[in-house]
Design a binder for this molecule. Structure first.
Ligand SMILES: [Zn+2]
Length: 459
């Protein structure tokens, strides 16, 4: 009874916040419902015949979750998915509420939750997932989350409450996740990159999990990016485990994506990854591993072929006479990888807009700008416009990155910066925007006003 009241009140709150124009109403229903019925998430998800899947990681979790969602849907499953990106406990609860009918029945086969790093332990405890994907763990917004080790310890504590039948899929190239997997009682299955030729130079100061628990510095025979690679400890027996699922060949096709070969326990296959960069090849690998564990691996190739870029992370928007490529940046490793991926694909100097906000959802500390590899942009652009609440910081950062001062223009207002960007481009030219999270939302609002994208809750 309490649950039913909670559902009504929660959905009413969502409706009101939508009517009042307070955005998509993607978390408010969860906040209200949990106040009325604290165990509602547990009660509702218990009805799902194929259970709950949780996906967590600092980078790539949105894309990976969407790849998994599309694959499960292609297999004919009814998937409840927090597609709007509301990935805290309240957002996950809201997703399930909106998927329930007015009597509290949830007519889905499986729930798939992208989980915020800090929220994962509570979501795991409340939903008792049958499968958890641990994708990576990077230094990210330290003011909010604390150190990587703290997060890993919190994850491990929650995962130890799961039955031994639960499968934990983890990225074996990430030493903190391999160490975490070692400490669990449930079934752990690794995935990783065996194609050592896809490794490229990497920036030493980005490595943030470089030490073994015994205190020795890990030695890498191959490093793909940051602390992701083939590692071992020179002092104890800790080493990268041989993954059950592996990329055995990665062939990049510029901005279009890549072609990968995957070795699985019982088969191998090839996949066309619809998004560029080694990151996305790894996202596709995690998707394949997840689908295989659920018995639906054969649909993944077709699902990926159809897939669109995950909301906001990397998308191509037609803006008047131009194509606008927008890629979210939010922490040093993700930003560095995104920049590398873009610079890789640029055949000629481009028009670029970087928008840095420092609102709560972005992390109020912008010192991370100094850890991200903006140096790579030097010599690759015709013009860089910097905008957002921290445009001035970004302007200084780009000067230190070696970009000619003449090429950097500061325009604080996002709408004006967008106008300048498009005005500077010739007809048909592809322009690039790198926004932080709230900057991306603001930019989308401007694009929506101009009729170029739909409001995000219609996504
Ligand atoms: Zn060691």
């Amino acid at each position: 009874m309490r649950d039913v009241v909670a559902i009504w009140l929660g959905r009413l709150a969502g409706l009101l916040s939508r009517l009042l124009g307070r955005g998509g109403g993607t978390t408010m229903p969860g906040v209200i419902a949990r106040r009325v019925a604290p165990h509602i998430l547990t009660h509702l998800t218990r009805q799902l015949p194929r259970g709950v899947i949780c996906v967590a990681g600092t980078n790539g979790k949105t894309t990976t979750t969407r790849m998994i969602a599309d694959s499960l849907a292609a297999a004919g499953l009814r998937v409840l998915h927090n597609r709007s990106g509301a990935n805290l406990t309240s957002g996950v609860t809201a997703t399930v509420l909106m998927g329930a009918d007015w009597r509290g029945r949830v007519a889905y086969d499986v729930a798939l939750f992208e989980c915020d790093e800090a929220a994962l332990p509570q979501i795991v405890r409340e939903t008792q997932p049958r499968l958890v994907v641990l994708h990576n763990l990077f230094r990210d917004q330290l003011d909010r989350y604390g150190e990587v080790d703290t997060i890993a310890n919190n994850w491990a504590a929650a995962l130890r409450t799961l039955p031994t039948s639960t499968v934990v899929l983890y990225h074996a190239d990430d030493p903190s996740l391999a160490r975490l997997a070692n400490s669990l009682m449930c079934r752990t299955v690794g995935y990783g990159n065996d194609d050592v030729t896809s490794a490229r130079d990497s920036v030493a100061h980005l490595a943030d999990a470089g030490f073994c628990r015994c205190g020795a510095a890990l030695i890498y025979s191959v490093r793909f990016y940051a602390h992701i690679g083939h590692y071992h400890c020179p002092n104890c027996d800790f080493a990268r485990p041989q993954p059950a699922y592996a990329l055995t060949q990665v062939t990049a096709h510029g901005l279009v994506g890549s072609h990968v070969t995957v070795r699985a326990p019982h088969a191998s296959c090839t996949l066309q990854v619809p998004l560029p960069g080694l990151y996305n090849a790894t996202n596709a690998l995690a998707t394949y591993a997840c689908a295989d564990q659920l018995g639906v691996a054969p649909v993944v190739a077709a699902a990926l072929a159809q897939m669109q870029a995950a909301f906001g992370r990397y998308e191509v928007i037609t803006a008047g006479n131009h194509q606008l490529v927008m890629a979210l940046i939010k922490n040093p490793v993700g930003a560095s990888e995104t920049i590398r991926m873009l610079v890789d694909a640029w055949a000629a100097p481009v028009q670029l807009l970087i928008i840095i906000n420092d609102r709560d959802a972005d992390g109020t500390d912008v010192s991370w700008l100094w850890d991200a590899d903006f140096e790579r942009l030097s010599g690759t652009t015709q013009q860089i416009i910097v905008s957002g609440t921290r445009a001035a910081d970004m302007q200084v950062r780009m000067q230190y990155a070696g970009v000619d001062r003449q090429q950097i223009t500061r325009i604080d207002r996002i709408a004006d910066a967008l106008d300048a960007l498009l005005a500077a481009a010739v007809t048909g030219q592809v322009v690039y925007v790198l926004p932080t999270y709230t900057a991306m939302l603001e930019l989308r609002a401007v694009l929506t006003q101009r009729g170029w994208v739909a409001p995000f809750w219609q996504d």
